[in-house]
Design a protein around this ligand. Structure first.
Ligand code: NDP
Length: 327
């Protein structure tokens, strides 16, 4: 038996229940992992609340690290006793131990702690594919301006540091002056408190009226319209979340007068479909962290039994950087 957090219906944090479940043996292509630490992500909130509808009962959680306890047939890249970490599809990381598909699980380098591994996999792989694979026509070059919303959050603080290492001028938005200061200290070239300042006017001012090459927008409804107007001609609107709610549907015709801009909605799980691409992206993330280019900030820690409070704080915008769930 193992402790696991499940929900039986979509709803508020009170739906999160810590229960005892049995853990089976891994089948072909699967592993059993005993967790050392678990990561919290905003997608967990969408899955709990029903923004993303999923079958019930639902085991929540998309990110963790631990030790491989058993390996199914056909799994060649992991063995019993390996240190490992993952960003997973399907969910189910809020537990002590689980059986899961091996293809999304990567060996964790010795230089990276279980805590860092658990906190960074989903958020770090997201920052990786956004900054390295979700690019405007012609790519980005050193000195280019990009706009990154929620820059003091989990994905945001990683992106601030990585963008700086790549030479990009990241303009970060955040919901308080303290969060803006944190984003700046982590490499944002400019910061805007979008609760007190007009971020469109500030972006125009910072870029000398030219606009940015890419907007990375995970806030959604509240930032959508102005974000489109922050783009330079042929710029890219990269939507990857909706923390404030989903934006209204748009007609393609509006993209032309704004400068023939491009629009994409990206999800990590399209990028980590194969073992090869997962490992390639993870290796890049591991290198960014072990080389010191990117530091993983674990700013909040909660025991698994307090998972409901962790959800409340994330939704109430009380957190910064990464949040770790301990066992
Ligand atoms: P964060 O730590 O960034 O937390 C979300 C942040 O969004 C908050 O701290 C808050 O920052 C900001 N925010 C703005 N409006 C709201 C609102 N109405 N309610 C709550 N928060 C709001 O979370 P993560 O790092 O886990 O994820 C960041 C975003 O990226 C999320 O939207 C997530 O869904 C998305 N994501 C998408 C992936 C993909 O592949 N598509 C993969 C991973 C994450 P502030 O107070 O500064 O405004």
């Amino acid at each position: 038996m193992t402790k696991a957090v499940i929900i039986e219906q979509h709803g508020g944090p009170e739906e999160l229940k810590l229960v005892d479940v049995t853990v089976g043996q891994p089948g072909p292509g699967e592993i059993r992992i005993r967790h050392k630490a678990i990561g919290l992500n905003f997608i967990d909130v969408y899955q709990r609340s029903g923004v993303y509808q999923l079958p019930m009962p639902l085991h929540l959680g998309m990110e963790a690290s631990g030790i491989i306890e058993a390996v199914g047939e056909d799994v060649t890249h992991l063995k019993v006793g390996d240190r490992a970490a993952y960003a997973s599809q399907p969910p189910g990381s809020y537990c002590e131990e689980r059986v899961m598909p091996a293809k999304c699980v990567c060996k964790l380098p010795d230089a990276i702690s279980f805590e860092t591994g658990a906190a960074m996999m989903l958020k770090g792989l997201t920052a990786q594919y956004l900054l390295k694979r979700t690019l405007p026509q012609g790519g980005l070059k050193a000195g280019d301006f990009i706009l990154f919303h929620a820059a003091a959050g989990g994905v945001g603080l990683i992106a601030c540091q990585w963008a700086k290492a790549l030479g990009y001028q990241l303009i970060g938005t955040a919901g308080s002056d303290a969060k803006c200061a944190l984003a700046k200290a982590n490499g944002a070239a400019h910061v805007i408190n979008y609760n007190t300042e007009d971020f469109l006017a500030r972006v125009k001012e910072i870029t000398g009226g030219k606009g940015v090459k890419v907007v990375y927008d995970s806030v959604g409804k509240d930032t959508w319209d102005k974000s489109l107007d922050c783009l330079a001609p042929f710029g890219l609107m990269a939507s990857f979340g909706n923390a404030s709610g989903a934006p209204a549907p748009i007609a393609p015709g509006i993209l032309g007068p704004k400068g023939s801009i491009y629009l994409t909605r990206q999800t990590l799980f399209s990028h980590i479909v194969t073992r090869e691409s997962t490992q390639e992206m993870a290796d890049d993330l591991f290198d960014a962290v072990t080389s010191g280019k990117v530091k993983i900030h674990i700013d909040q820690t909660y025991p698994l039994a307090d998972i409901a409070q962790a959800h409340r704080d994330l939704e109430a915008r009380k957190t910064t950087g990464c949040t770790l769930i301990t066992l």
